[in-house]
Every structure is written in C-alpha cells, then in structure tokens.
Design a binder for this molecule. Sequence first.
Ligand SMILES: Nc1ncnc2c1ncn2[C@@H]1O[C@H](COP(=O)(O)OP(=O)(O)OP(=O)(O)O)[C@@H](O)[C@H]1O
Ligand SMILES: O=P(O)(O)OC[C@H]1O[C@H](OP(=O)(O)OP(=O)(O)O)[C@H](O)[C@@H]1O
Length: 212
Amino acid sequence: MKELTIAMPKGRIFEEAVVMLKRAGYKLPPEFDDSRKLIIDVPEEKLRFILAKPMDVPTYVEHGVADLGIAGKDVMLEEERDVYELLDLEISRCYLAVAGLPNTTMNEVAPKIATKYPNVASSYFREQGEQVEIIKLNGSIEIAPIIGLTDRIVDIVSTGRTLKENGLVEYEHIVDITSRLIVNPVSYRIKHQRIQEMVDRLDEVISKETIR
Ligand SMILES: Nc1ncnc2c1ncn2[C@@H]1O[C@H](COP(=O)(O)OP(=O)(O)OP(=O)(O)O)[C@@H](O)[C@H]1O
Ligand SMILES: O=P(O)(O)OC[C@H]1O[C@H](OP(=O)(O)OP(=O)(O)O)[C@H](O)[C@@H]1O
C-alpha cells in the first residue's frame, strides 16, 4: 500500500477534519487532539500529516510534497493553484461578503477595500465594473472601515457576530464557502486506488450527515 501525505490546515478546520477522518475509520493517534507537532506520521494507516497554515495548503499540494490537502474554498479561489478538487467536505461553512459601516456609500473615486483575499476581491469588483483599490490585511479586517482606512471590507462571515459587534453591515454576498479535499494531479494518477478509497470513505461520512 502506497503512503499518502495529507496537508491539514491548522486552526478552525483542523478539528472538524479530524473528526471526519475518524468517522471514516482512520485510526489517528492522540497527537491529533493536543500537540505542537507539525508532521504526524501514522504508520498503521500509511498516512503522513503536515499541519500547515490554511492559506499554504494548496501550495504544498501543488508542489507535490503533499498528495492531498484540506482547504477552504476561499483559499482555493484566492490561491488558484494547479490542483484538483475531489470532494466538498461540507465543513467550516461560511461565506465571503462585502461589508462596511451602515448607511454609507463607497467613495466614487478609487474606493478602498480591505481584505485578506486581494485576488477574490479584485475579480469580484472587476466583474461588477467597479474600480477599487485593494488594501491587503492579514486579520481583524473589520477594523478597517471603522477607523477610516477603507470604504468596505471583503471578508468571511459565518454567524455574523463579528460584523454585528463591530457595528458593520453586510452589503453583498459574494460566494458560499466550505472546505474541500484537494489532490495533486500527478499523485491522483499514480496513487489513484489509495486516494479513491479515501474519497469513497469520506463521501460516505458526508452522505450520512446530510440528506442528499
Ligand atoms: N468564522 C468562520 N467560521 C467558519 N469557517 C471559517 C471562519 N473563518 C474562516 N473559516 C474557514 O476556515 C478556514 C481557516 O480559517 P482559520 O481562521 O482557521 O485560518 P486563517 O484565519 O486563514 O489562519 P490564520 O488566522 O492562522 O492566519 C478559512 O479558510 C475558511 O474556509
Ligand atoms: O461571522 P463570524 O462567526 O463572527 O465569523 C467571521 C469572522 O471569523 C473570521 O475571523 P477569525 O476569527 O479567523 O480572525 P481573523 O480576523 O484574525 O482572521 C473572519 O475573518 C471574520 O472576522
């Protein structure tokens, strides 16, 4: 049996992804529940896990140092890496939206947009026929319109709590987001049987949890 390397996103997707793998019958050691290790080998399952920053997962997979990865659709849209999406895992559900201070319009000349997703935001506003200046931030995006850095933000919304507690409102819904299982195209060809088995096992877990 060929070994598979999987790039896992640290942070909020990690826990849900681990639950899913366990439900699919993979026996994962206690390091998955509490550890600072960045590489976890599971020889019994012939699996190696790399614990990466969520935005970096498609990079590892594109370069083939990981066969598979788990990444949010937001990251896939932003990074546009040369990988295949195999499965919608239907976890970490959220959406990308345009938000800002209530009852405001965007500056007519060169409105500014703060975001962690400069590529997604640029193409969205281009499609809308609006010319904007993108200001890339790495987090706490909601601060930007409050302190007058930008007119709007493009950011993730899940419960809407962060917008609400910071006095912002949603203006436009851009795209729904869930996490995806992604694969390196070469790995998919040469380790096809092994990868397909994992896809089938995960797909069964998804089907049990949702009414399709
Ligand atoms: N509030 C949220 N609710 C649900 N899913 C979310 C939420 N925020 C982000 N996500 C999804 O989870 C993924 C990882 O988010 P997370 O906050 O763990 O990492 P990150 O913010 O990209 O990383 P870091 O904070 O370490 O830079 C995102 O790419 C997105 O798909
Ligand atoms: O609608 P909500 O449920 O409030 O979730 C949305 C918030 O979650 C994410 O932030 P995160 O917690 O990752 O912090 P960050 O600002 O550092 O990215 C996102 O960027 C929003 O700020």
